[in-house]
Structures are given as structure tokens and as C-alpha cells.
Design a protein around this ligand. Structure first.
Ligand code: GCU
Length: 336
């Protein structure tokens, strides 16, 4: 959607909500706008629709959840910033983006941080590790509520497959707007081109970039597979999405409403995580029909190039190092 139309839509929504909030009518539902950048078939959208159902039912419609998919309220960075100020109430932000709001999130952007899906999930489900991180942005205006699986990220390109890091030389590869992701791409030898998710399809089509890196759903839900036919499982990262909420709003809720919201986010975390694998399988099948080829390069040469980043990030920061070590300790013994 055109940026100007988006801005106008947002202005209209914001003024509507101001009218809503200033009303003294007790029976008027409290509207909560939820923004994300995925399409309506994506498991995150389905989970948020479930959130809408649960919260509205349990509050007898005292809370009205409105879900805006497809970057309707702006790209992910804008959505996070609007959640900081309270113009949007709830949003989904990739951990890649959240690192610019608190450094502790950057650890999760380290390539090859997790040894396996089990390791990744056990860290994300560890309240002792995650609650502190979710709270770390409270002063900036929002808190994390839960996480969504976003699978593993791999390289995909328009001309030929990436089978070794050298294949990235001279290639412009879109990365998320994150310093760690930019640095990772530099170490791999590619030319990092940060941009918001919604711009990637056109950039691929117009050859502004030669490829991108993401999970398989980007090929189908975002149609990147129409243009990029080579998807290489180098598995450089598992970067979850975080559901965030304006902290003042969360604190202002009655205990009953707050508990309904907090219970509902636990439910939709499970809903989304359970749905993920099937959605990936469907995306692979659909991509093959679109003519996408899947490749399985040796991941060791990729690892070798980027592992120095672990040392770079942890060396001068005790807090980051402690978090990093805690994450490493959670690796299942057999996957070490
Ligand atoms: C995934 C992730 C999104 C993110 C996107 C991106 O789809 O779930 O939160 O915005 O990647 O690469 O920008």
C-alpha cells in the first residue's frame, strides 16, 4: 500500500481511537489495534485472529481487538515505533528489529546461535531468560508478551543458488534492518541491503537486489518464489517474532482484563508454534509448484565465516555475555 494512504489511514484510526478513549460511556468497548506485516494465511495472522476471539469472548466484548495484517498500519519498524507511543496498542516485531530498542535482543540475531529447533524452543519457552528481555523495553514504551516461531532463515536468490559463502560475493542480499544482520552478511561476503519486508518483492523483481534470506513462507505468502527460484538451506538463523504491547496500556488495564490478555497470549503462542511446521511443509510444496528449487549446501563454511560475530558481540559486555552463556547452557547435550 502507498505510504501516503497508509499515513492517512493511520491518522484516521488514531483520531477515532482518541474519540473512543475520551468517551465516558462505560459500556463502550475498549478498542485495541494489533498490527503485523504478514498476509492473512500466515500462522501469525491466524494466531492473532484466535487472540481476538478469546479476548473478546472472555471480556464479554468489553475489549474489541482489531487485527491489521499486511503492513496496513506501516512496516514493522513503524509499527513498533507506533506501539511505543501508543498510537498502535499491540504489534509483532521480529527480534532483528527489536535489537535497536534493547541490546539484549541482539544476541538472538547471532547466526548459528541455536544448535537445533529443540534448543531454540527451549530458550524461547524459558521464562527466566525471556521475561527479563520482554521487560527490557518497558522504559521505551512497550513490553514483550510472547513469541512466535519464524522457523529457520536461509538464502534465496534469483540467478543461481548459494552453495558456499563465496557465491554471495558481489551479490546484493536484502537483510532486516538490524546491525547484527548487516554485519553477518558482510562476514559472509555479500552486500547487505537492509529494507522493510514489504519492499522485498518489488526489489527482487526490479533486480535492485539479487536475493534475500528468510523462512520458506516468504516464498509463498509474500510471493518471493515467483521471482527467486533458488532456496539454499544454509540455516544461518532462527529469529523469532515477539508480540509487543504498549506498556502504559497494559498497566492501565484492570487485573481481570490484564489476566485475560496474558492467558490469551500463552494460548496463541502454542497455537502458532504448533501450526508452524505444517505451514512450512505446505509452503515448500507450493513453492516447488512455482518452480522453486531447494538446495542443501554444507553449512560448515558458512558457520566458519560468521562465528567471529559471537566473540565480537559478547567480548565487551558482561550482561550480553551472561545471556549468551545461559542460552548456550540450554543446548540439549546430544545436539552439542
Ligand atoms: C519473517 C518474520 C517477520 C519479518 C520478516 C522479514 O517473515 O516473521 O517478522 O519482518 O521475516 O524478513 O522482515
Amino acid at each position: 500500500m502507498n505510504k501516503r494512504i497508509k499515513a492517512l489511514l493511520l491518522a484516521a484510526i488514531t483520531s477515532l481511537s482518541v474519540v473512543g478513549c475520551s468517551s465516558s460511556k462505560d459500556n463502550e468497548a475498549k478498542v485495541m489495534r494489533v498490527a503485523h506485516n504478514q498476509g492473512e494465511e500466515h500462522p501469525i495472522h491466524l494466531a492473532l485472529k484466535e487472540f481476538e476471539k478469546i479476548v473478546e469472548q472472555k471480556t464479554n466484548n468489553e475489549i474489541d481487538i482489531q487485527v491489521y495484517p499486511n503492513e496496513l498500519l506501516g512496516g514493522q519498524r513503524e509499527a513498533v515505533e507506533l506501539t511505543q507511543t501508543g498510537a498502535i496498542d499491540i504489534a509483532v516485531g521480529s527480534i532483528s528489529l527489536l535489537e535497536s530498542f534493547n541490546k539484549s535482543y541482539s544476541v538472538f540475531n547471532l547466526p548459528y546461535l541455536f544448535d537445533s529447533k529443540e534448543h531454540y524452543h527451549s530458550v524461547m519457552n524459558d521464562d527466566e531468560i525471556m521475561n527479563k528481555i520482554y521487560e527490557s523495553t518497558r522504559e521505551s514504551g512497550f513490553v514483550g508478551l510472547t513469541w512466535f516461531d519464524a522457523g529457520s532463515r536461509n538464502m534465496y536468490t534469483t540467478d543461481k543458488p548459494v552453495m558456499k559463502p563465496e557465491d554471495l560475493k558481489g551479490k546484493k542480499i536484502r537483510v532486516q534492518q538490524s546491525q547484527t544482520n548487516i554485519r553477518m552478511m558482510e562476514l559472509l561476503g555479500g552486500s547487505a541491503t537492509p529494507m522493510s519486508f514489504g519492499e522485498v518483492y518489488t526489489a527482487l523483481q526490479q533486480k535492485v537486489i539479487d536475493g534475500a534470506e528468510n523462512n520458506e513462507l516468504a516464498l509463498t505468502n509474500n510471493k518471493h518464489g515467483e521471482v527467486a527460484k533458488h532456496y539454499s538451506y544454509n540455516q544461518h538463523a532462527m529469529i523469532p517474532d515477539i508480540l509487543i504491547m504498549n506498556s502504559k496500556l497494559l498497566d492501565s488495564l484492570s487485573e481481570e482484563h490484564r489476566n485475560i490478555i496474558l492467558d490469551a497470549v500463552d494460548e496463541i503462542n502454542k497455537f502458532e508454534v504448533d501450526a508452524w511446521e505444517d505451514k512450512v511443509n505446505e509452503a515448500v510444496e507450493q513453492s516447488k509448484k512455482m518452480g522453486v528449487n531447494f538446495y542443501y549446501p554444507d553449512i560448515e563454511p558458512f558457520k566458519e565465516k560468521v562465528l567471529p560475530l559471537h566473540e565480537e558481540m559478547t567480548q565487551d559486555n558482561e550482561e550480553i555475555k551472561t545471556l549468551y552463556n545461559k542460552i548456550q547452557e540450554k543446548a540439549p547435550k546430544e545436539s552439542k
